[in-house]
Design a protein around this ligand. Structure first.
Ligand SMILES: Nc1ncnc2c1ncn2[C@@H]1O[C@H](COP(=O)(O)OP(=O)(O)O)[C@@H](O)[C@H]1O
Ligand SMILES: [Mg+2]
Length: 186
């Protein structure tokens, strides 16, 4: 079983949005998936309570190890609660402040496989574009600023479930993140 954590020292960077959409990508790629919501704010559980997600979201850690292929963990933003999982996706915004906050965590996660995911990149803004491309060149994954992420979660879905405007491109970038996380050699 693969265990993948979505964690960041900062809030509001897209941990829950990416964890839910990543879980959907993994599910539609044929995996049995469970998402564990470890954030007391329980945003992922809230989305799940609309009963439209194709996979299960549980509050906290399950008592018994579930019979799945991939466990995904949506962490609370905290420096005191660093994931125990071997693979950590760290979402960040294309801003120098986020970059510095993440750089400060490098010691905490030095034994882990870290995938930085620059999220909600507004490519119309030159400053964001330049920083995002620099991070991309250093191996980060990029996810663009798209209203489809907000609109789909508002109606209890992921971008994989409804063919609304922008979903196709969003699915492609999440599928690429899935590939990067699951197949480190590629
Ligand atoms: N790629 C994206 N494009 C547009 N909006 C996004 C994107 N990712 C996240 N958001 C929005 O940003 C806000 C914070 O995202 P959220 O997933 O709740 O972050 P976190 O879990 O890190 O606190 C939410 O309103 C969400 O809809
Ligand atoms: Mg969250």
């Amino acid at each position: 079983m693969r265990r993948i954590a979505f964690w960041s020292p900062k809030g509001g960077v897209g941990k829950t949005t990416l964890a839910l959409n990543f879980a959907a990508a993994a599910y539609y790629a044929g995996n049995r998936v469970i998402l564990c919501d470890l954030d007391p704010q329980q945003s992922a559980v809230d989305v799940f309570s609309d009963n439209k997600l194709p996979f299960t979201v549980v509050k906290d850690l399950p008592q018994v190890t579930p019979n799945v292929d991939i466990m995904i963990f949506d962490y609370a933003p905290s420096l005191d609660n660093v994931p125990v999982e071997e693979t950590i996706v760290i979402p960040l915004r294309a801003s120098i402040l986020d970059l510095k906050a993440v750089a400060r965590t490098s010691r905490l996660v030095r034994d882990k496989r870290v995938i930085k995911c620059v999220n909600a990149v507004d490519t119309r803004r030159q400053d964001e574009r330049i920083l995002a491309m620099k991070l991309y060149a250093d191996g980060a994954h990029l996810v663009k600023d798209r209203s489809v992420y907000v609109r789909s979660l508002t109606s209890g879905h992921t971008v994989f479930q409804k063919n609304i405007y922008g979903a196709r491109e969003a699915k492609m970038e999440i599928n690429r993140l899935l590939e990067k996380v699951l197949n480190p050699g590629d």
